[in-house]
Design a protein around this ligand. Structure first.
Ligand code: GAP
Length: 458
């Protein structure tokens, strides 16, 4: 195993050990492609989503929020093309029946099969005499629909058939008219949504990277066709600013222009933003597509409802759409990979998460120097309550000695530890009502007065 794969393993293990991420349905042996967020994971995840909403919705005048239902009329997915065309190429081990995604299988054998037809996949497998990882012959490639199906209502029959949405985007398109009618937005404008999406991935793998249930943060940005190029460049810069806000370094990010023969059926131009995941290399973190007027037109035709935009001068047309689409789990993983650090402090190797303060599960941890001294505990509780009122995400930590507390907080990325000691109580009168604040990244400690503490931690 190389250093980078080892780093990823350490991150996954930290996630489980410290309550960030657990295997879904863990005590029943798990459910492939599902993960549960623990107390620290949900805090980090919520921070990512909150910052995104702040930047892309609250921080702008041209964006409107939405939260559409996960269950939608099956006709939505027929019109969008997902029922017929949301497929991946599948090959099977003819002996064990194990299934593999053909393009991923070929990639692992050094062949880029992006845009290959099923026949091209079969030809390569035959020519190169590829076998399954178990050494058995492989089946011919066929398409596999990734929609997760379910049923609603008490009546058996086709009317109960529903699909769990594979993208949040369609919830936005089918609400385009509702938003226009109620908010009277002026072009260009966007509708943003954060929510769950479901895909029956053939081979879920690589921690949160490819899963069957995940969250997306998506924007459909409606523009005049003639203006799409200029707006595309502006949003591209906004996407860059977002990834910088997550603390991702430029050297670990790159853009990948998706070649024409590999574009999704709805797209005329797509740029994937890739992150350099340890042990995996550069792979898709987020997508940015020019979807033309494909979706609105498809829904207009299928529903019979006009989805045209009417200009003040009375002219009407179907707007075109730019779509920045972010996977929350992939951002979550990238943030952890970027933050994971090992160094030496006081002659010991320490692990810490150098998370930006606006993303860290806890902003600060508060401790009494000794937990068996009631006067220290009382004062520390007062400080804890004061900080909790201010920041909310504040930890109380009075386990073991102060050095071990620092290590524990370092490992979960808490930027500051505040310790209340005898000087806080006035043992040294000059230090009355001051506390020790210890910085995660440097281990440096300084005395801060209680009066200035909130401002200092801001
Ligand atoms: N509405 C466009 C759309 O859904 P996509 O490229 O299929 O486009 C967008 O997905 C983002 O959703 C991806 O960039 C990725 O971050 C995330 N994503 C897609 N499939 C995923 C999966 N199976 N597991 C985790 N994240 C996924």
């Amino acid at each position: 195993m190389n250093d980078q794969s080892e780093k990823m393993e350490k991150i996954v293990s930290l996630c489980k050990r410290r309550g960030f991420v657990f295997q879904g349905s863990d005590i029943y042996g798990g459910l492939k492609g599902t993960w549960d967020l623990g107390p620290l994971g949900v805090a980090l995840n919520n921070n990512i989503k909150r910052e995104w909403w702040k930047m892309f919705v609250d921080g702008r005048e041209d964006m409107y929020g939405l939260d559409a239902a996960i269950l939608m009329n099956a006709k939505v997915w027929e019109a969008s093309g997902h029922v017929g065309g949301f497929v991946d190429p599948l090959i099977e081990d003819t002996v064990t029946g194990e299934r593999y995604r053909a393009d991923h299988f070929l990639k692992e054998h050094g062949i880029n099969a992006d845009g290959f037809s099923l026949e091209q996949i079969d030809t390569v497998i035959v020519e190169k005499e590829f076998k399954s990882p178990k050494g058995n012959p492989l089946s011919k490639a066929r398409t596999f629909n990734m929609m997760c199906e379910s049923r609603i209502g008490a009546v058996a029959g086709p009317e109960g058939q529903v699909y769990l949405r594979p993208e949040t985007a369609q919830g936005i398109f089918v609400n385009f008219k509702n938003v226009v009618d109620t908010m009277s937005p002026k072009l260009p404008f966007g509708i943003a949504q954060i929510g769950k999406a479901f895909r029956n991935e053939i081979a879920p793998r690589e921690f949160l990277f490819r899963v069957r249930e995940f969250e997306q943060m998506e924007i459909e940005y409606f523009v005049k066709e003639s203006e799409w190029k200029g707006e595309f460049e502006k949003l591209r810069q906004d996407i860059k600013a977002w990834h910088a806000h997550l603390g991702l370094s430029e050297e670990n990010l790159r853009e990948y222009e998706v070649p024409e023969n590999d574009l999704a059926h709805y797209s005329k131009r797509t740029i994937d933003v890739e992150y350099n995941y340890p042990g995996k290399g550069f792979d898709e973190l987020a997508g940015f597509a020019y979807r033309t007027d494909h979706d609105l037109k498809a829904h207009m035709e299928a529903s019979g409802v006009s989805l045209e935009y009417i200009e003040p001068d009375g002219s009407r047309f179907v707007p075109h759409v730019l779509e920045p689409s972010f996977g929350v789990g992939r951002a979550f993983t990238a943030v952890l990979c970027e933050a994971y650090q090992e160094d030496e402090m006081n002659g010991e190797v320490r692990t810490y998460l150098k998370l930006p303060a606006h993303l860290a599960p806890y902003r600060v941890a508060v401790s009494p120097l000794l937990k068996n001294k009631p006067e220290l505990v009382t004062k520390a509780r007062e400080v804890f309550v004061m900080l909790k009122k201010e920041f909310g995400n504040v930890a109380w930590d009075d386990n073991s000695n102060v050095g071990k507390r620092y290590r524990r907080q370092d490992e979960i990325g808490t930027p500051y530890c505040v310790t209340i000691d005898f000087d806080t109580l006035g043992e040294n009168p000059a230090l009355l009502d001051t506390v020790t604040v210890r910085q995660r990244d440097t281990g440096e400690q300084e005395r801060v007065s209680l009066q200035q503490l909130v401002e200092f931690l801001q």
